[in-house]
Write a protein that binds this ligand. Structure first.
Ligand SMILES: [Zn+2]
Length: 338
């Protein structure tokens, strides 16, 4: 590495160390640390005989994880840890506290209420529990309720939209569509976003991760202002132009894309290319436990491998706040801290 490049990276990392951050794409169930898992298991009456390293193996992907489908298997264990109101509330609160310690000033935590009904809770009870946890922390945060791709999720997804509407402004900020994108195409779920629009529920959409540009185009047809990942837009230059024209924001999550084999190295993440093309991008963690990361580490990786300047780092954090699902007064207050 040339001296001037090394100096640039050091300067960016120094600036980053002091910088307040935001994470607008973070899955609650993918962000359960071994310490939190231990607490949730105890709450569930499970005996915990595993050490932190063994717990981490249950919560994180192995190196060489092949694709999004294998990655998603890592969410089966956390689903069992989030079945009672107290487990759900404590998990939300404890993850928020970890984020606060990391120096975040804002976070949007997302999860799918329909994945936490095994012990008999309704989606409403799940959301109420999550909000109880959310209110305990001083971290400015919102919940995004995920709808799920899958063979028989339609009714549950409609229920999720109704829950988002009922709790909108009380801590719930939006809905999302998550799950196996290559198996269940975005096109099959577009009517859900029509329903969200009808009820004035804001939304974001996972697209352009396991599936390609056509999935992003389908997501854009909903009128969404934000796309989860969207990185495979890079395969279609006219789509990149469209993202610029529409002002769409991509919620990028670099390590997650390596885990699911969308890219092989941090150098290949199209952050710099998309920024230079004029696309509004943000850096996020996606799943802190599954991907063994956090948003600060994601920024560090991008400093090292994409040559970001301190001003560009600030710009990326401001991008996240600019598209956050918050009111303008909160936005102005948070922006003033960057
Ligand atoms: Zn995600």
């Amino acid at each position: 590495m040339a001296d001037n490049v090394r100096d640039g990276v050091a300067e960016a990392l120094d600036a980053l160390a002091e910088m307040p951050l935001a994470d607008i794409h973070l899955h609650l169930d993918g962000s359960i640390s071994p310490a939190i898992a231990r607490h949730l298991m105890e709450l569930g009456g499970m005996t915990v005989e595993l050490g932190d390293d063994e717990l981490a193996e249950h919560l994180s992907v192995r190196e060489g994880c092949s694709d999004l489908n294998e990655y998603l298997e890592k969410f089966d264990f956390p689903a069992h840890l989030l079945e009672s109101p107290q487990q759900i509330a404590d998990c939300v609160y404890l993850v928020q506290e970890e984020l606060r310690e990391l120096g975040l000033i804002y976070a949007e935590l997302r999860f799918a209420p329909q994945r936490h009904l095994a012990a008999g809770l309704t989606q409403r009870e799940v959301v109420e529990a999550a909000l109880e946890g959310l209110r305990r922390s001083e971290l400015e945060s919102r919940l995004i309720l995920c709808m799920m791709r899958g063979p028989e999720t339609h009714e549950a997804n409609l229920e999720t939209i109704r829950m988002a509407r009922d709790f909108l402004g009380d801590g719930v900020a939006a809905v999302d569509l998550a799950g196996a994108e290559a198996l269940f195409p975005t096109a099959d779920y577009l009517d859900l976003f029509g329903e969200a629009q009808r009820l004035d529920v804001p939304f974001t959409v996972h697209a352009g991760e396991a599936a390609g540009p056509e999935s992003v185009r389908d997501a854009l047809s909903t009128g969404t202002a934000r796309i989860g990942h969207g990185v495979r837009s890079i395969e279609d230059p006219s789509l990149v132009d469209l993202l610029v024209e529409l002002g769409t924001t991509l919620e990028m999550c670099p390590t997650s894309n390596l885990n699911t084999s969308v890219f092989t190295h941090y150098e290949e993440i199209p952050l710099r290319v998309l920024m230079d093309a004029g696309v509004r991008v943000t850096i996020n963690s996606d799943n802190m436990a599954v991907s063994r990361t956090n948003v600060r580490r994601e920024f560090e990786h991008m400093c090292r491998h994409q040559g970001l300047t301190p001003d560009e780092l600030r710009g990326l954090v401001l991008n996240a706040l600019d598209v956050a699902f918050i009111d303008d007064a909160t936005r102005a207050r948070l922006r003033a801290q960057i």
